[in-house]
Write a protein of this length. Structure first.
Length: 394
């Protein structure tokens, strides 16, 4: 694998504050209608301004608030705040409560179903913004979002959350998915930190228990993605492929909760997921982590997606902090090296969404329904935090 020049880790705080978030400040702000423009080309040109999406809007709120919290200009907190204003005015369903999935650029409702994934991001972003800004309105909205999710989206019979409801809160998809649970868990941790209230911890533990008892595949020691309502693995939908990014994200979150609660099963499952991704998902020739692979076999989907590398950065580095295992430190360094060499767009800023196995760009657009500043921002923030706390090996 390639390594960082001279064994040095780049200044990830500086990278975020000077090479990532300024791209979004220049190009994503909708100065006519509020909120954030979704679809951006490599150079930031708008490619489609017809629709705004809940996940992209909330991810941008988080990113600018986090950037400010890391030392960015106060204008970034103001940009996050105008995103909150647009969200509260246009994405909230005044008739049935909850959040729409998408609106027009001006804020007219488009996709009105209540997706659990989107509600998790609304609670997460509003809680993070409230924690940084002390905005009581945003905190109240975050708290209310979880109250709706716990009432309508939590599966009382089988545990965990379902995938979604229609606009009037009638269940429309009662299946379970690892990715959705990851972000619900993330939202609950942010709500606990923003409010200081212990009531968010029981569902945190419930979800972590599901990762250990339901989502972990015992024979190959990896996490699975799709499940039927009774938590039987949906092999047809999963196609028996392991999502390395979600396994790494699950490992990171389990280690965070283990650090707070001291549950050995969370630590042990996290280590199994880390080791599985090292064995089957890590590219030992070029660096970085592949996208997917069959259970117990090397990766078959060998592109390198930006968000998978971001999850790898935080997971491997926290793994090193917890286990003091040099393999995780080396994996972290190699992922960062690959990202700086191939995913970071030195010409225009930000990161490409996808590159080939050898680092050749496959897609160069910068903004989409799913791609915002969130993943790179979060990876840089947490990596910077962990790096400041450890003795780096030679």
């Amino acid at each position: 694998m390639s390594a960082c020049a001279d064994g040095q880790i780049p200044d990830l705080r500086r990278h975020l504050l000077t090479e990532v978030l300024p791209f979004w400040e220049r190009h994503s702000i909708d100065r006519d209608h509020g909120g954030f423009i979704t679809h951006l080309a490599r150079d930031g040109a708008v490619t489609d301004s017809s629709e705004k999406f809940l996940v992209m809007q909330t991810r941008m709120i988080y990113s600018f608030a986090a950037g400010f919290d890391l030392g960015g200009p106060v204008e970034w907190l103001n940009l996050a705040g105008q995103g909150v204003d647009f969200l509260l005015r246009h994405f909230r369903d005044a008739t049935h409560d909850g959040w729409f999935w998408s609106t027009s650029r001006e804020g007219e409702p488009r996709q009105v179903g209540k997706r659990t994934y989107g509600h998790a991001f609304a609670a997460f972003a509003l809680a993070e913004y409230a924690r940084v800004s002390r905005d009581r309105r945003a905190l109240a909205a975050a708290v209310h979002t979880w109250s709706l999710a716990s009432r309508h989206l939590w599966d009382e019979e089988n545990g965990g959350v379902i995938e979604g409801c229609d606009r009037g809160w009638r269940p429309s998809d009662e299946n379970h998915r690892m990715g959705t649970h990851l972000h619900v868990l993330e939202a609950l941790l942010s709500l606990h930190e923003a409010t200081g209230e212990a009531r968010y911890l029981p569902p945190v533990l419930d979800i972590c228990d599901l990762f250990v008892t339901r989502m972990a595949e015992a024979d190959h020691r990896s996490g699975l993605e799709y499940f039927l309502p009774d938590w039987r693995h949906d092999a047809e939908r999963s196609r028996d492929l392991v999502d390395y990014g979600h396994n790494l994200e699950a490992a990171w979150l389990l280690l965070r909760v283990h650090g707070r609660e001291g549950v050995p099963a969370y630590r042990d499952t996290a280590r199994q997921f880390l080791d599985y991704c090292l064995q089957f998902g890590a590219d030992r020739v070029h660096g970085g982590v592949f996208s997917h692979g069959p259970l117990g076999q090397t990766a078959s989907v060998r592109e390198k997606i930006w968000w998978v590398q971001c999850e790898a950065m935080a997971a491997f580095l926290l793994g090193y902090v917890v286990f003091e295992d040099r393999r995780y430190w080396d994996a972290f360094r190699q992922v960062v090296s690959f990202c700086m060499a191939y995913l970071h767009d030195a010409q225009h800023g930000e990161w490409f969404p996808s590159v080939a196995e050898d680092g050749t760009p496959r897609r160069t657009d910068k903004g989409s329904e799913w791609k915002a500043a969130y993943h790179v921002t979060q990876a840089c923030c947490y990596a910077q935090q962990y790096l400041s706390e450890i003795q780096r090996p030679n």
